[in-house]
Design a protein around this ligand. Structure first.
Ligand SMILES: *Cc1c(COP(=O)(O)O)cnc(C)c1O
Length: 301
């Protein structure tokens, strides 16, 4: 599957003499958004090949990966179990748009406390889950594993060789790993982490097969799922100018960062930049509910 590269036409880009295209991976599907489809593809093949009937995975209350796993699992005939961070959600998950959606697509939830959730990769914790739920195909948080990285390599096509820079948002780094490994020797891959922390560099080093990449760490806006008025205003303005919706957790922060770098002449004139729209739009209603409570301006849908 290939998705279109859409040319972004905004005065600043002409002024600076750079070209920006957005790869519309968000158009793959509203729920199996962009990179989550790529990450699930070969894992679903593998689960089938192993004769597994149930997928078990992990995520927070607004996780795009939880939504995607529920939907794709149902589509391909799997039972799905979501281990969800936050015991308090047990009694009120119906108020959460992402979890409601996942439930509608057949996902069964197992809520765990924030402190237990930290053990999500520990063999003992996983063994306990297997005891409770029986034989399952395990997908790690965010869906990142070797098969996910293989799937993300398919985001880039032969035609994308004309770009000098490939940009993506970073959560676990699996998507960036795929892009790095699929990039060509004249290209630089820029990752924009959506969360704070230096651990990502080490993590991505374990996936990356070359050194043609760097992380731009200045645009996390205080941490995972943290937003401010400036970011919301940017996302709403971008939508007005281009008609393209961005999510506030990943792609909004990346594009804010790209435009900031363009303003400060990071990209030499003549640069051809490809940014990946990794999707995530299912999370907007959930974020708007939070913004409303905080009396902040809302994201236009
Ligand atoms: C999950 C997600 C990411 C981050 O992908 P990783 O492979 O975990 O780095 C980026 N954008 C969107 C919209 C996502 O849902």
């Amino acid at each position: 599957m290939t998705t279109p590269n859409q040319h972004i036409d905004i005065p600043l880009l002409q002024e600076k003499g750079v070209q920006l295209y957005l790869k519309r991976e968000d158009t793959i599907h509203p729920l199996i958004s962009g990179n989550k489809y790529r990450k699930l593809k070969y894992n679903l093949h593998e689960a089938k090949a192993q004769g597994q009937h149930t997928l078990l995975t992990f995520g927070g209350a607004y996780s795009n990966h939880i939504a995607a796993t529920a939907y794709a699992g149902q589509l391909h005939g799997f039972q799905t179990i979501g281990v969800i961070r936050g015991e308090e959600l047990e009694s009120q998950w119906q108020n959460n748009p992402t979890l409601r959606l996942a439930h509608e697509h057949g996902m069964q939830f197992h809520f765990v406390s924030r402190s237990d959730y930290r053990y999500k990769n520990e063999p003992r914790f996983l063994e306990a889950l297997k005891k409770q739920f029986g034989e399952v195909y395990l997908l790690p948080e965010g869906g990142t594993n070797d098969l996910a990285i293989k799937g993300c390599m398919e985001i880039l096509t032969a035609e994308d060789a004309r770009f000098d820079y490939i940009c993506s948002s970073v959560g676990t780094g699996g998507t960036l790993g795929g892009l790095i490994n699929a990039s060509q020797s004249h290209q630089t891959v820029l990752g924009f982490p959506a969360l704070k922390g230096d651990f990502l560099i080490e993590e991505i080093r374990t996936f990356a097969q070359n050194n043609r990449w760097q992380l731009v760490t200045d645009y996390h806006f205080g941490g995972y799922a943290k937003v401010d008025q400036q970011l919301i205003a940017f996302i709403n303005r971008f939508k007005q100018q281009t008609g393209i919706a961005l999510d506030p957790i990943y792609t909004g922060k990346m594009l804010f960062g790209i435009f900031d770098l363009i303003k400060s002449d990071f990209f030499p004139p003549g640069s051809q930049i490809l940014a990946i729209h990794t999707g995530g739009l299912q999370g907007i209603p959930g974020m708007n509910a939070i913004l409303k409570k905080k009396n902040l301006p809302l994201l236009d849908i």
